[in-house]
Design a protein around this ligand. Structure first.
Ligand code: PMP
Length: 360
């Protein structure tokens, strides 16, 4: 029996993507072996690799100026790898910090800066909201401007692409591919796959070719994004099964009608949940500024921790799991990634309404 899984990541995956993996697990496409057992240099795996990329490129509208790359190690690794590649000695890199992940990205960049001779600068800081363009003030000569488009823990999302003349680098881990976006505005987008597009341990990158080409060459080859790009993410053995699962998820998004259809549904789910919470404003507390509310991660509190525990217990009775907030902030967090159906959001909205009526 599958549950209504609102986990923040790893998160629920489309059932059809899992079922296809199950059906193909032992004998992939009549080859007599699992995709797990195929060589990453063979034609069967290559077809999977190329299909995952081309579906992603088509659906997201990734321009020819940008490569689609796969890097293992998680988005946290990119926190270090981005400055290693793109913060030259004697230069600075700018960071927008409006939550825990932006903070972590900045902390790693500081370490790299000390190691390799660069500086970091905070372009803007904000709490429980995305800063406005006027508030973002990077050093004009900075190598890049980094921001986190969706702060997963705090439930704060940018609903615009920040305007800047600097190369723009975005950690889009928790709001990647829930809608179309103008990829041409970015020098680099990176996203841990385990929310909207696949399993954990792999990062999808949209990397502007010119940006990657001017990256540092005095760091180990394995960490250079150039190496990844020049070898079509096959410099060393990639996590083939993770990429296979991304392919399955891409097929599912396509079968659902692509990103326009997925976006419509995601907005509908978020509206159901936020409307239910707003209808009982005195009971539920939403800490995030209205204009920055995340469509992917809805964060809220109840009047007491005891009521929060009770809410979780009620939810569990209805097979709803994954609603506890991140351990660093407490409260509740509902993750509404692509694979969460509207019916789950509706069921949760009903619980939110009913619980407030009973206990408010
Ligand atoms: N950035 C964001 C926005 C995240 O939500 C996460 C994980 N929740 C990370 C980075 C880190 O990802 P990973 O654990 O895959 O390194």
């Amino acid at each position: 029996m599958r549950v209504l899984n609102f986990n923040a990541g790893p998160a629920t995956l489309p059932l059809s993507a899992l079922e296809l993996a199950r059906d193909e697990l032992v004998d992939f496409g009549g080859t007599g072996m699992s995709i797990l057992e195929h060589s990453h240099r063979g034609k069967d795996y290559d077809a999977v690799h190329q299909e995952a990329k081309s579906l992603l490129r088509d659906m997201l509208g990734v321009p020819a100026t940008h490569d689609i790359l796969f890097v293992q190690g998680g988005a946290s690794q990119l926190f270090a790898q981005v400055p290693m590649n793109f913060l030259p000695a004697g230069k600075s890199a700018d960071y927008v910090v409006n939550g825990a992940w932006g903070e972590k990205a900045l902390a790693e960049a500081k370490v790299v800066g000390k190691m390799l001779g660069g500086e970091t600068h905070v372009a803007a800081q904000a709490d429980m909201r995305a800063p406005t363009d006027d508030e973002i003030k990077p050093n004009p000569g900075s190598a890049y401007l980094h921001y986190t488009s969706n702060e997963t823990i705090h439930g704060v999302e940018f609903h615009r692409i920040p305007k800047t003349t600097l190369p723009l680098v975005c950690d889009a881990s928790s709001d990647f591919m829930w809608k179309k976006t103008d990829v041409s505005k970015f020098a680099l987008v990176y996203a841990g796959a385990q929310k909207n597009v696949g399993p954990s341990g792999i990062v999808v990158l949209l990397a502007q070719k010119d940006f990657v080409a001017q990256g540092r060459k005095d760091i180990p080859k394995i960490f250079q994004l150039r190496t990844v790009a020049e070898n079509d993410s096959l410099y060393n053995t990639p996590p083939t099964f993770a990429i296979y699962l991304i392919r399955n998820v891409m097929r599912w998004i396509k079968s659902e009608g692509g990103l326009d259809a997925v976006e419509k549904r995601n907005r509908e789910k978020a509206k159901l949940v936020y409307d239910a919470l707003d209808a009982h404003e005195g009971f539920y507390r939403l800490p995030v500024d209205k204009g920055s509310r995340s469509v992917m991660n809805v964060v809220f509190r109840l009047p007491t921790e005891a009521l929060e525990e009770q809410f979780l217990a009620e939810a569990k009775k209805q097979k709803m799991v994954g609603l506890k907030g991140h351990r660093s902030v407490g409260g509740m967090r509902v993750s509404l990634y692509n694979a969460v159906p509207v019916e789950w959001a509706r069921a949760l909205a009903e619980l939110i309404e009913g619980f407030a009526k009973k206990n408010g």
